[in-house]
Design a protein around this ligand. Structure first.
Ligand code: RIB
Length: 306
């Protein structure tokens, strides 16, 4: 199988508790449910792209433990090429501790585990995957040197390069921006990267314009229930979100990114890819968990076209 979408990123096991409210500092709250589900921003985006029509290869690192085996098996079950998923000897798998409240919001703490062992050399060894790809996706849950290498190499190979800058802990190196075709932050990531306080559509546009001035091709700020704002060469376009009753927003952004990439790789236009990503993400928030919530193509085909 020749993958047209390659994801270089994290693979986590999510330990998910549901409670009415999120605990405040020093507070203990009583939970109602607990589940262990495959997640990780990279793996979620790979699963979304695969379920939504792309041929996907994953480059990542799991730990040498039972979670690692389960996480790899979950990707293989989606027909994702896992030749690039290695096992970090002596390391645990990446973990995410997630709490979801009654209003579908969450808090997430990640522990990198094996993800920290994904080095530029791993990606260099898999250069043939990048060469065959049409779209290459990265996030920020693996070492930044690895992300920098991947973005630069994918750009040099002429691929469509997507960076979902999550989680964002500070500004990105300026040198990265020229290697990014699509930068897809949420509001808080757009604020962290740009230094512009993002609390409205206008401020999201100002942040995106600043990031474009640094060299990013097109910036798509995801705004949750408010939709998405595309800021590109032709100006800004707002895409309202489909209205749904949200149960759990975990991996909504990942679903959007994976679906967007699958649509681009399948030859759809930028606008079509955004609408497709929004429909997929809207369906994902009506279900619990990261990978279990991501829809399949047949579910979207059943929905009316926007
Ligand atoms: O974006 C959601 C993901 O963030 C979760 O699956 C968790 O693993 C963290 O990486």
């Amino acid at each position: 199988m020749q993958a047209n979408v390659v994801v270089v990123g994290s693979i986590n096991m999510d330990l998910v508790a549901r409670s009415k409210t999120l605990p405040r500092p020093g507070e203990t709250v009583v939970g109602s449910e607990f589940a262990t589900v495959p997640g990780g921003k990279g793996a979620n985006q790979a699963v979304a792209a695969a379920r939504l029509g792309a041929k996907v290869a994953m480059v990542g690192c799991v730990g040498a433990d039972a979670y690692g085996e389960q996480l790899r098996a979950a990707l293989v079950a989606e027909s994702i090429d896992c030749q690039g998923v290695s096992v970090a000897e002596g390391q645990p798998s990446g973990l995410a501790l997630i709490v979801v409240d009654a209003s579908s919001q969450n808090t997430i703490v990640i522990i990198a585990g094996g993800n920290a062992c994904l080095l530029p050399a791993n990606v260099q060894r898999l250069d043939s995957l990048l060469q065959q790809a049409e779209v290459v996706i990265c996030q920020l849950e693996v070492p930044l040197d690895t992300v920098a290498h991947t973005l630069a190499r994918a750009r040099r190979l002429g691929k469509t390069v997507i960076l979902n800058p999550a989680p964002a802990t500070g500004p990105l190196p300026d040198s990265w921006y020229a290697n990014i075709d699509y930068l897809i932050p949420n509001e808080s990531e757009a604020q962290t990267l740009s230094g512009v306080a993002v609390d409205s559509r206008a401020s999201a546009q100002a942040a995106a314009e600043k990031l474009r001035a640094l060299g990013a091709g097109t910036v798509i700020v995801t705004l949750g229930a408010e939709g998405a704002l595309l800021v590109g060469e032709g100006g800004a376009v707002h895409f309202p979100a489909p209205v749904v009753q949200a149960l759990d927003t975990t991996a909504a952004g990942d679903t959007f990114v994976g679906a967007f990439a699958a649509a681009l790789a399948g030859g759809q236009s930028e606008r079509e890819a955004i609408l497709f990503g929004q429909r997929a993400a809207a369906l994902s928030v009506t279900r619990a968990g990261a990978q279990p919530s991501i829809p399949h193509l047949c579910e979207l085909s059943k929905q009316a076209q926007p």
